[in-house]
Design a protein around this ligand. Structure first.
Ligand SMILES: Cc1ncc(COP(=O)(O)O)c(C=O)c1O
Length: 383
């Protein structure tokens, strides 16, 4: 179906940060399939994990124990500080799970209409509940009636959340991204998550972090919240977790980890031996190769270059980022830069119409990072 405005290019193979199209042209990939291929294309460890597991066992059912799922759960629990987790197949599904846990927790506390606070400019997915949670009318338009039980607050505004706490006794959770990705790489104040943690503790709400885009090393730590010195009650991850093999996980801690009982939630494919084996390998590789630290280092290098070269330009409103999530906000629509970059052999993205968004693989070299910066700077200088 015609759900995407597709560009007329067909990639047929990849290697590291590079893609090759059906005419043999090479492109430097500064988008990673929208923040997915953290280890780059055709990573040998991932390819081997897929091949070996595919010829051993692909799928059984969650009706039985799945050792590969247990292994991945143990790895993720150790990294994240979470206790239990549910395995699905996408970011939206992981968030649906978080929403269901929050609602059920509310019901268990006697709240008939449990409400979740969500933020402006957020993105949580395309299912009905997650598009309702998403802070974009464009994503919602036409799909009304939307799902009840969400209230919207400005992002990076703790006072607004405190006001809601005073006036609404049906709140059960606040769900947000540690850096808003689709919303234009919005980076909040350093103490934002810690302040939200306090409000949640004071009111017995769950702090639900959507790390679908920020997770798996991209912002400089395995999960972004690890830079804030707090633990959420629920965290979701997907995109980079299996380097392109579909998976989504909802991890929970403490009370949130105990809400579901058998029959409350499920997924046929979720957490199957193949998906979990691939994700286990990716997690091992991210850690073995120290990629969160590398994302921080190369991300800072790129941000510094952009700030040096672009800050003084009249058409540049802001340059921001965390690790390898980088946004350059211009003063006018700049969707045309995507095509212009492609003509120069570079894949970039524009989100919310005016923000050039870069999400390169975490394995890019300094030279590749400099190449991305050069082309992006020249395009913006010339626009
Ligand atoms: C923060 C965030 N949450 C959720 C999603 C939805 O993930 P999926 O497309 O895997 O359902 C995305 C996708 O862009 C995202 O960036």
């Amino acid at each position: 179906m015609h759900t995407y405005g597709r560009l007329d290019v067909a990639f047929v193979k990849g290697e590291g940060a590079w893609l090759v199209d059906d005419k043999g042209n090479r492109f430097l990939d500064a988008l990673s399939g929208i923040g997915v291929v953290a280890l780059g294309h055709a990573d040998p460890a991932v390819a081997k994990a897929i091949a070996t597991q595919a010829s051993t066992l692909i799928h059984t059912s969650n009706l039985y124990r799945i050792p590969a799922q247990e292994k991945l759960a143990a790895q993720l629990a150790e990294i994240s500080g979470m206790d239990n987790m549910f395995f699905g197949n996408s970011g939206a599904e992981a968030n649906e799970c978080a929403i269901k846990i929050s609602r059920l927790y509310g019901k268990q506390k006697g709240i008939d209409n449990p409400t979740i606070i969500v933020t402006e400019a957020s993105f949580h997915g395309r299912t009905l509940a997650t598009l309702t949670a998403t802070g974009s009318r464009k994503v919602q338009a036409g799909f009304e009636p939307l799902v009840n039980g969400f209230v919207r607050a400005p992002y990076n505004d703790v006072e607004a959340i405190r006001q809601i706490a005073k006036n609404n006794n049906t709140i059960v959770a606040i769900m947000l991204e540690p850096v808003e990705g689709e919303g234009g790489i919005q980076v909040p104040d350093d103490d934002y998550l810690a302040e939200l943690r306090k409000v949640c503790d004071e009111n017995d709400w769950f702090l639900v972090l959507d790390e679908v885009q920020t997770g798996n090393g991209r912002t400089g730590s395995f999960f972004s919240y690890q830079q804030s010195g707090i633990l959420p009650d629920i965290v979701t991850t997907a995109k980079g977790l299996a380097n392109g093999f579909p998976i989504g996980v909802c991890l929970a801690r403490g009370k949130a980890a105990e809400v579901f009982k058998p029959g409350n939630h499920g997924s046929t494919f979720g957490g199957n031996p193949l998906a979990c084996t691939v994700a286990s390998t990716v997690v091992e590789e991210i850690q073995r190769r120290n990629l969160p630290a590398r994302a921080k280092e190369v991300g800072e290098r790129m941000l510094n270059t952009f700030r040096e070269r672009l800050s003084a330009l009249n058409n540049v409103k802001d340059i921001r980022g965390k690790g390898l999530m980088i946004g350059i906000e211009l003063d006018a629509s700049c969707g045309d830069l995507v095509g212009k970059a492609m003509e120069r052999g570079l894949l970039i993205n524009v989100t919310v119409d005016k923000v050039v968004r870069l999400l390169p693989p975490l394995i890019i070299s300094d030279e590749e990072a400099d190449q991305i910066c050069d082309i992006v700077c020249e395009l913006i200088e010339g626009s």
